[in-house]
Design a protein around this ligand. Structure first.
Ligand code: CA
Length: 226
């Protein structure tokens, strides 16, 4: 799952990104209102964490523009300004939740999980294909009831493939799910992750297949009985 963190304080942004990456998210950082707008125009995020006081403007303006375009991505507003006035302004502008600085990182993680679990949002579902199950809340993968350990990047790829099971997933979409903006990626990185994932699933006895769709991407589905 991919998050956008809009925060101009570099140290705080790095700290938050490290925590969220450890929780299994891909995290992009935008350091200004302009960068935030550009990132949201080019990428579909599962949730946005939005600082209100940005060097080139008010984060609430970013939020208003996003909502004006009927973009319903969950947004958690973060600000040092702890006043009822700002809280009301944030919620009126379409924020899903509100966090006041300084906040505990665990609290932020809990709030993100909460907005992602809302109806229509990304979390709170159990994905199942054949004997393979993926709990999107706990991030646990199970094959025929047996837990399977899957490394972080393969897990991100598996989640997207399972969410779109039976449909073609482009290589670009997989790269977006697996890597943050600006992360170094080898041109064949996705193929390598998928080849390790295929082997892992096969060895665990998962009755699923990751098919290559030439020149387009991949499709995930239950394996056809021989
Ligand atoms: Ca700020």
């Amino acid at each position: 799952m991919r998050l956008l963190l809009v925060e101009d304080e570099g140290e705080l942004a790095d700290l938050v990104r490290t925590k969220l990456t450890g929780e299994g998210f891909a995290v992009d950082i935008a350091g200004s209102a302009e960068e935030a707008q550009a990132a949201m125009d080019s990428t579909g995020y599962d949730a946005v964490i939005l600082d209100l006081r940005l060097p080139d403007g008010d984060g609430l303006e970013v939020l208003r523009e996003v909502r004006d375009r009927r973009n319903q991505t969950p947004v958690i507003v973060v600000t040092a300004r702890d006043s009822v006035h700002d809280r009301v302004r944030g919620l009126n502008a379409g924020a899903d939740d509100y966090l006041v600085k300084p906040f505990a990182l665990e609290e932020l993680v809990a709030r993100i999980a909460a907005v992602l679990r809302r109806p229509g949002a990304a979390l709170g579902m159990r994905l199942e294909v054949a004997n393979l199950a993926f709990d999107t809340t706990t991030r646990e993968v199970v094959v025929s009831g047996q837990p399977l350990v899957v490394p972080r990047r393969e897990l991100a790829a598996l989640e997207l493939l399972m969410r779109r099971a039976g449909r073609v997933v482009t290589k670009d979409a997989l790269e977006n799910a697996v890597y943050s903006n600006g992360e170094e990626t080898e041109s064949n990185a996705i193929e390598s992750h998928l080849s390790r994932l295929r082997k892992r699933l096969r060895e665990a006895g998962a009755g699923v297949a990751i098919l290559g769709v030439r020149g387009v991407g991949y499709m995930f589905r239950a394996a056809v009985e021989a």
